[in-house]
Design a protein around this ligand. Sequence first.
Ligand code: PHE
Length: 340
Amino acid sequence: MKELLQQLREAALKAILNADDAELEALRVRYLGKKGELTAILRQMGKLSAEERPAMGQLANQLRAEIEKAIDERRGELQKILLERKLERETLDVTLPGEKPKLGHKHPMYNVLDQIKDIFIGMGFEIVDGTEVELADYNFTKLNIDEGHPSREWTDTFYFTEDSRVLLRTQTSGMQIHAMETRKLPIRIIAPGRVYRKDEVDATHSPMFHQIEGMVIDKGVTMSDLKATLNLVVEKIYGEGTVTRFRPHHFPFTEPSCEMDIQCHKCGGKGCPTCKGEGWIEVLGAGMVHPKVLQGCGIDPDEYSGWAFGMGLERLAMGEYKINDLRLIFENDVRFLEQF
Ligand code: PHE
């Protein structure tokens, strides 16, 4: 029996020394379990004489303790190896070059806006911000657009209230009124921002787009100041020598009113797809601020005069970057935006 225990000891310790984590548990069951090999040997204790029994029992207990210890040690060893491997894998080499974070950039249309802001700031203008939710008073009435005017129709304008008092502004021109009511004279401002109209989406229309309003109010301001200023701006955007043309037009809040075209920079006025064969591209609406509008804001039209303009920012950006579909500007497809 002593021999059997000895054999068991050698076999068990050898197996444990080379076992991995899963095998260890199997070995414990195999040697020390209820149906294990040690138990099997102990069952035969009955065959021993009463004198032999205690010594053999002690031996068996020692063996059990020894095997348990060996298993524990091996388990500890395996854990150490595992940890070492893990640390090896997770070594941080601080000398390696880092991964560059992907940087975005400004939307192309806002590049154009920044360019325009810079030009006007250089001429002493202030940039002012307005709200997109506006009162009909400011969007229409104080701009000399009376009730019943077609542009006030529900089919064109997004209203918030049944009484047509609160709306999404359809133009930035309301900023003229806000500026005149709140600022000291003289006034030189531009006011860029979103405007909203009930338009179907297509290559040149969107229910939301951007305008830039500009206005000057001072003593002795004339139409020639308006033309000189706008010519200068156009030359800065489209290049020196860009030819402009001012056509008579009508806006309720300016008198006289005009629209400004630039000669097509693509074909030089001969007519091409860019200018739709016209030779000219319409850029903005403008005019001398109507005396009624000045008066409504408490400014004496005999003492002060002013001019204003409003231009579409999307169209400007489309011209500058040769974008042929307005929808591209708003879809925010990274593959498109990445090109700028
Ligand atoms: N608000 C006008 C428009 O949306 C443009 C404009 C602004 C005309 C200022 C004259 C003066 O068409």
